[in-house]
Design a protein around this ligand. Sequence first.
Ligand code: FAD
Length: 479
Amino acid sequence: MAGVIEAGRVAEPAREVPVAHVTDVLVVGGGIAGVMAAIASGRSGAPTLLVERFGSLGGTGTSAMMNLFYVPYAASRGLVRELLDRLIARGGAIPGEFVVYDPELYKITALEMLAEAQVKILLHTLVSDVVMEGKILRGIVVENKSGRQAILSRVTVDATGDADVAARAGAPYVKGREEDGKMRPMTLIFRMGGVDVRRLVEHVRTHLDDFSPDPLQCMLDLEHHMVRIFGFFKLVEEAKARGELWPDCYYFRVESVMPERGVLTVNATRVYGVDGTSAEDLSRAEIETRHQMIQLAAFARKYIPGFERSFILDSASTIGVRETRRVRGEYVMTEDDILAGRHYDDVVGVDANQQNPRQQGGHPPDGKEGGPQDAEARRLVARMFVYEIPYRCLVPAEVDGLLVAGRCLSVDHHADVYTRNQGTAMASGVAAGVAAALAARAGVPPRQVDVRAVQARLRDLGADLDLLRRLGPSPERLA
Ligand SMILES: Cc1cc2nc3c(=O)[nH]c(=O)nc-3n(C[C@H](O)[C@H](O)[C@H](O)COP(=O)(O)OP(=O)(O)OC[C@H]3O[C@@H](n4cnc5c(N)ncnc54)[C@H](O)[C@@H]3O)c2cc1C
């Protein structure tokens, strides 16, 4: 019940909150990082609870309709490979340089793996506060249909993407780009049905100069059901000149396709200058991108061969947020570390993905993505980078009882181009889950956990911590 209103603020009276759950390991956020953390913790023997604000798991990878694991199948090992193989076995994923998946089959596969690991799941539950004892995180306060509840834990993994728990616990963090706080754009992904994909692919093949030259951005492999197209630059410019698209639109992009269904995922709406930790900005982005979606669908129907009879099948249930808070941990990994192939004694994960280094891509916050000045869209072919993730990037400074995994890892804005992908979210999730389970069992803060024991347990689970040593930082191939 709200109390006195004074100077634009409402004073809440102190109240007692019932403790609804007590657990050894609490994982907050059911995106790919949280799912992997909870499975790894459960499999390592810790009583584990996973809390998620939505009604299904997968986070950005399902609710925001981003259905592509940027992890090369050949480099995947351990729990990551197991998830991919389970999906592939039920017809829910296509392995390749990255792995395209069916979000519905991913949701159920995640639930099955969590159940096997004996992880408890609490859905429809938003974390709103933390329970602190000095600098030690003892648990969280949540809001859900049952009311306001407390959940206590020995160790908590913040896998909210936005570092919601870490920020409320007082851990230091940076939002967006270090020099000016600007963040990568947000995107509402939507799907179009009724597309004649063969006709579309034929058009792209005969107009290659209007598309990205990168074979990973323009994949036209109908035989393996992999189609990804980034371009239509001239068509977009012409439509803009007629006032049919918004001024900051420079391309049309479809990806993550299972083309035999005639369904394409469109990843082309963009809103800049918005903060995913502000409800007002999230609202603005949802509204603006919905107008953009209508313009893009009409543009595609009118001008792109193959889309003549297409329709908007559905749109994501939430806007896709690429960047918000990253905690400041015991170590802050930089792009220089990645490019140099830096090794760490406390390596707990290795990831590989294809990028254009040195600020030449990765959805920069400045706008004009895909425009004539955008080297990544117009000229460059990405290279593979293999990099280690040190345990210290999972351990926030100043707060105990807490680890982070996924998008809010302790890296800088330019390293985030690589690490914001689902591959690193998976690897850091597995590492955080194992470390949390071992710390809870040993009764020590995560900062003091025996990293050698974490590495040994990760190897037991099949993780490959030696990939960088074997292949070097920028191999031609991963096999
Ligand atoms: C448009 C777009 C396109 C992308 N394209 C690719 C791509 O092609 N390949 C790729 O690999 N990656 C891509 N990414 C990046 C990648 O999808 C994400 O960075 C990654 O999925 C993050 O995983 P996560 O588990 O850290 O966070 P999320 O997936 O964001 O999961 C966080 C979870 O925590 C929950 N949560 C948040 N706050 C709270 C709270 N307070 N209480 C309770 N629960 C909470 C959320 O509901 C969510 O389920 C893309 C991202 C976007 C937005």
